[in-house]
Design a protein around this ligand. Structure first.
Ligand SMILES: [Zn+2]
Length: 255
């Protein structure tokens, strides 16, 4: 274990059980977490049934196609850890979310998230991070890209129905309280807002509930992407990587 990982593990030990399990998943190979290889870089828990395994193979194939079509090519191949039981998910650091980006090119999918939109969402995080050459940000977020953009882009790529433009219109029509984008720049700020506005209950599938934080980010990035397109997205990534500020790059690509 490098000193850097040691420090992270210490920080996570101080911050709670779920986070500690998350650190295990971040640091250990899937086989050490009791997962079986279903396909190259796709791992499932031993209890997952044959039918679920077959379904999940299809989910992976479609999610890969979604990422390829959206970005124009695919540069990431995250380790995909999929759990068919809550015990498996909790044991590897899951919790309320349906899926989790563990960083270090690893995504964790809950039994409630073995779907194309959820895997596509998490894969979008891995793809953007790989394209940004951001190697060490799974826990802390990317410094150069605001969290609302990373999350909003994942919402747009995945076309998750719960965060759609239709849902946004209902949020506006009902004059629901929404956060400011400025409060969603860091991962810490994002997580705070997700707690405050109840988006962390997303996984619980409360009927009729609207998830304002994800839907707001999706609406913002969808509006930008309609003008910028794939070309604008790739240009924005290039600009930020070459040192331009995100704000300038975002504005320049939305004309
Ligand atoms: Zn996300």
């Amino acid at each position: 274990m490098s000193p850097r990982y040691g420090l992270i593990l210490l920080l996570l030990l101080l911050s709670g059980c779920t986070e500690f399990n998350g650190a295990k998943a971040y640091l250990l190979p899937p086989s050490a977490l009791g997962m079986e290889e279903l396909a190259p870089r796709v791992f499932v828990n031993k209890e997952m049934s044959l039918a679920q395994r077959e379904d999940f193979r299809q989910v992976v194939a479609v999610a890969r196609t979604n990422i390829t079509n959206f970005y124009g090519s695919i540069t990431s191949q995250p380790d995909i850890l999929a759990c068919s039981t809550e015990e498996c998910f909790a044991g590897i650091g899951g919790g309320k979310p349906r899926g989790k980006d563990l960083g270090k090119s690893k995504v964790l999918i809950s039994p409630r998230g073995l779907t194309v939109p959820i895997l596509t969402h998490e894969w979008s995080h891995a793809e953007l991070r790989t394209r940004m050459d951001a190697k060490f940000d799974g826990i802390f977020g990317m410094n150069s890209i605001p969290t609302w953009f990373d999350e909003g882009l994942a919402v747009v790529v995945s076309e998750e129905p719960r965060h759609s433009e239709k849902v946004w219109e209902r949020i506006v029509a009902q004059k629901m309280d929404t956060p400011r984008l400025d409060d969603l720049v860091t991962l810490k700020g994002w997580n705070k807002a997700a707690g405050k506005y109840g988006d962390v209950d997303c996984a619980l599938g409360v009927p009729g509930k609207m998830y304002v934080v994800y839907t707001l980010a999706g609406h913002e990035v969808r509006t930008w992407h309609r003008k910028a397109g794939r070309e604008g997205l790739l240009k924005l990534i290039d600009k930020v990587k070459s040192g331009e500020s995100f704000e300038n790059s975002y504005a320049a690509t939305s004309k």
